[in-house]
Design a protein around this ligand. Structure first.
Ligand code: GLN
Length: 201
């Protein structure tokens, strides 16, 4: 049985719980290493990655989460959650640590102040209709490793393309916030992915 945890140290935890609950999976908060032991898939919410990083360390979850990812459990991070999963950050705080495991370089707050927050209709690989994506002080991906699949990208005003939804094996990340919409397709994609991963484990 799939039991999905939501890392609950800071950020939009409740919104992810709501999106997951409507998909008929067991959902619970993860606030400490004990609670991590009871789940087999994890969502890392949007919020502030420097704070999430600091609090994750403080509650003793940083190393257990690194192991969770390495062990091949399904993990999905949105926005700050994407930053937490990235192997490398640009424009991070000097002491900002990540869980890592996703072979990407992300730039924090990449879209700049003028376009702090915006919505756009995003073409997502394998989705039949576009996804209305909400970006809030979002990162973008500047480099992807060989085994990372780009599922969606945005084109900026100067024509450069940046991935905003990527997957590497059991790890999924979006620079946007599907948890803030009623469109559940990204969470559904993650749940399907988690089911096939846990079947393989
Ligand atoms: N800018 C935030 C950070 O660096 C992310 C914003 C978000 O999650 N909406 O963590």
């Amino acid at each position: 049985m799939l039991r999905v945890g939501v890392l609950a140290v800071q950020g939009d935890v409740r919104e992810h719980i709501n999106s997951l609950t409507s998909l008929n999976v067991a959902v619970q908060k993860v606030r400490n290493p004990e609670e991590l032991k009871t789940i087999n898939a994890l969502v890392i919410p949007g919020g502030e990655s420097t704070t999430i990083s600091m609090l994750t360390k403080r509650v003793g979850l940083m190393d257990p989460l690194r192991k969770f990812v390495k062990d091949g459990f399904a993990v999905y991070g949105s926005c700050a959650g994407m930053i937490m999963l990235a192997d490398e950050i640009l424009d991070g705080r000097n002491d900002q640590e990540t869980i890592g495991g996703l072979e990407i370089t992300v730039r924090r707050n990449a879209f700049g102040r003028q376009v702090d927050s915006f919505e756009t209709d995003l073409a997502v690989k394998d989705f039949d209709k576009s996804f209305r994506a909400i970006f809030i002080r979002a990162p973008w991906v500047e480099r992807v490793g060989e085994s990372v699949e780009v599922l969606a990208a945005v084109t900026t005003e100067n024509g450069s393309q940046h991935p905003v939804m990527v997957r590497q094996g059991s790890v999924l990340a979006t620079a946007f916030h599907p948890e803030l919409t009623n469109d559940n397709r990204v969470h559904e994609y993650f749940v399907q992915m988690a089911k096939s991963v846990s079947a393989a484990n």
